[in-house]
Design a protein around this ligand. Structure first.
Ligand SMILES: O=C(O)CCC(=O)C(=O)O
Ligand SMILES: [Fe+2]
Length: 243
């Protein structure tokens, strides 16, 4: 993607390649081309993959899950001002996104979401209970994700009658997820629903509808869902890349 207006730094990439002094054979020997190939195959076949050794510190991933839990487990009165199903609000807390039509099923989960406009969101708008330290989101490049969604799945009294997240595909380029170790996420593969088992320290990446569109259906945006559970809670942080 060597266009003038994207973040790709051509000079830097070439400089770094030259510094290795190992040539293109060095690239192959480093194993990077094999990893790229595995990501390509996963994107074509499954639409989902998990990444380990990605360089995001465990403390940062734990921090995302802990602040998600802290936000949702606050006393009700601390959250009600933020409650809104209106997607135009940059910072909001909601269960129903937009307008729920009568035959549709609502997901048994709550969400706290932040939208970043031009890579920026004034930290003052983020509730203190989960406000990150200065420039934390910037360093994580979360601002580039455009939309950050912190999900909380409480125990459900009738888990057989609903889902934590109803089946859907994401309207994104890519979605990156940090999930806790409680499980429940499933993806559709042909006619089967398969579990995405939690892997310690892994980030889950899934292809969204926009990437399927711009790759002419080469990469698959697959349907996925989350089970509701009768006991315990589940927390997840999602970074949605939309452009
Ligand atoms: O909770 C999860 O693991 C997935 C949530 C999800 O698919 C979404 O919010 O789009
Ligand atoms: Fe999703």
């Amino acid at each position: 993607m060597a266009t003038d207006d994207c973040d790709y730094d051509w000079e830097k990439e070439v400089g770094e390649f030259e510094k290795t002094k190992t040539g293109v054979k060095g690239l192959v020997d480093s194993g990077i081309t094999k990893i790229v190939d595995e990501i390509r195959k996963a994107s074509e076949t499954w639409g989902f993959f998990q990444i380990v050794n990605h360089g995001v510190p465990t403390s940062v991933m734990d921090g995302i899950l802990e602040s998600t839990r802290r936000f949702h487990e606050q006393p009700e009165e601390a959250k009600t001002d933020l409650y809104s199903s209106d997607g135009r609000r940059n910072v909001r807390f909601y269960t129903i996104n937009g307008h729920l039509k009568k035959p549709e099923v609502a997901s048994w989960r709550d969400a706290f979401s932040c939208t970043f406009t031009d890579d920026f969101l004034d930290p003052e708008f983020i509730p203190p209970v989960c406000r990150p330290e200065q420039d934390f989101l910037e360093r994580l490049q979360c601002m580039k994700s455009e939309y950050l969604s912190c999900l909380y799945y409480p125990a459900c009294p009738e888990p057989d009658r609903t889902l934590g997240t109803v089946g859907h595909s994401d309207p994104t380029i890519l979605t990156v997820l940090v999930q806790d170790d409680s499980g429940g996420l499933q993806i559709r593969h042909h006619d089967d629903w398969l579990d995405v088992r939690p892997v310690q320290g892994a980030l889950i990446v899934n292809i969204g509808d926009l990437l399927q569109l711009i790759t002419n259906d080469k990469f698959k945006s697959v349907e996925h869902r989350v089970f509701a559970r009768s006991k315990g809670t589940r927390v997840v942080g999602c970074m949605l890349l939309l452009s």
